[in-house]
Design a protein around this ligand. Structure first.
Ligand code: ADP
Ligand code: MG
Length: 353
């Protein structure tokens, strides 16, 4: 799935973390907050658990670390592994028994892609590759030639062409290539939350640089989440999350390069084969992280004119979109929850979602 990116910390953080309170104390003492860093999907994730003893927290940390390593290997589009084998079979026009480690993610991605009108489309791996966004070291480079982009778009690479019959996957379009970069992290975070619950942990947050899911509360208080201003490093807004909710942001600042004064980012519009135009960032709140991740990518591409329609279609209830001019779009429910941290000149509030 995700390319092994250089370790990065997105600016968006959980505020006021009681960092690693792992000092002293016997094994059975209930600690208010324990904080761990996990290596996952080529980035650093943070796990914070509340109100469990040290042994249990350590066990949770180790389990999640192993799970994430497994997922990273299973869903990597460009390294040899289960997804690499699927992609090779698609390129060769062969039917393949889809490895079980990829099947559930594949099924759910097909469904989410369909609901997004294929704006979120993990079948466009070749476009991602053409632009060089699969490279772990993303250096400034010349963008692809127009004729190469157009030739690939004309072949309509899409997850839509990937047919699953039981375990068997076939694709009659060899231009398709799976890249779960826009959804794997969300799916992984959902599995992590399931794991924590299995282990009896009820209050926790799993946070990949601002893409996160939180359950329960932070010792009775909501989790406080900061949303980054796409225009710089500062905090654009704060949000309170409690119960069980995921917050995901897709931003043009995440992965990009500049060539001859032009800016190119990593969220590709499958219709044009080029970086989506008009949006700087989209934040989505949703009960599950998989949907939130896919939707943030889809609404980014849908842009200021079409995000509302696509959000409805995907069943999303909270959206914040900031366009490349700094204009802010949200639905009324999001407006109620968000605490803006800076003056915004132009806010468009949509009809309720
Ligand atoms: P991030 O990974 O930074 O959180 P996204 O969730 O939006 O951001 O995922 C972007 C990644 O998804 C890209 O780096 C690329 O691998 C892949 N991708 C780009 N465009 C699309 C698209 N239209 N549909 C599905 N995946 C995409
Ligand atoms: Mg995404």
């Amino acid at each position: 799935m995700n390319h092994p990116r250089p370790y990065r910390f997105r600016f968006v953080i959980v505020l006021g973390m009681l960092s690693a309170i792992l000092l002293g104390g016997g094994c059975s003492r209930q600690l208010p907050s324990q904080y761990f860093r996990l290596l996952a999907f080529g980035t650093i994730m943070e796990l914070e658990v509340i109100g469990v003893d040290r042994q249990k927290a350590q066990a949770a940390y180790q389990t999640l670390q192993q799970d994430f390593q497994f997922m990273h290997k299973a869903w990597h589009a460009w390294d040899p592994g289960p997804l690499g084998r699927i992609n090779q079979a698609i390129a060769d026009g062969r039917t393949i028994a889809a490895p079980p480690s990829v099947l559930p993610l594949l099924r759910i991605s097909q469904e989410l892609a369909r609901k997004s009108d294929y704006l979120f489309d993990p079948g466009i791996g070749r476009l991602v590759e053409l632009w060089g966004f699969h490279n772990s070291d993303l250096e400034p480079h010349a963008p692809p030639r127009d004729e190469d982009i157009e030739a690939l778009v004309a072949r309509h690479p899409s997850i839509r062409d990937m047919k699953l019959e039981g375990f068997h996957l076939s694709c009659d379009n060899p231009a398709g290539k799976l890249d779960f970069g826009a959804v794997g992290k969300g799916y992984g975070i959902d599995r992590a939350i399931e794991r924590l619950r299995e282990m009896g942990i009820t209050d926790a947050i799993v946070n990949a640089g601002g893409d996160l899911r939180a359950i329960g509360s932070r010792a009775g208080n909501p989790w406080r989440i900061a949303i980054r201003d796409p225009d710089g490093g500062s905090i654009f807004a704060l949000l309170s999350v409690s119960g069980d909710e995921a917050v995901f942001t897709s931003g043009n600042y995440e992965r990009n390069f500049t060539w001859k004064g032009k800016f190119y980012h990593h969220i590709i519009d499958p219709r044009t084969g080029r970086p989506a135009v008009g949006t700087a960032s989209v934040t989505v709140l949703h009960p599950d992280a998989t949907t939130a991740d896919a939707a943030a990518t889809a609404l980014f591409i849908a842009g200021p004119d079409d995000w509302y329609r696509v959000a409805r279609q995907m069943g999303i209830k909270y959206v914040l979109l900031i366009d490349t001019e700094g204009m802010v779009y949200m639905n009324p429910a999001m407006q109620k929850r968000i605490e803006l941290q800076k003056p915004v000149q132009d806010i468009h509030i949509s009809e309720p979602l």
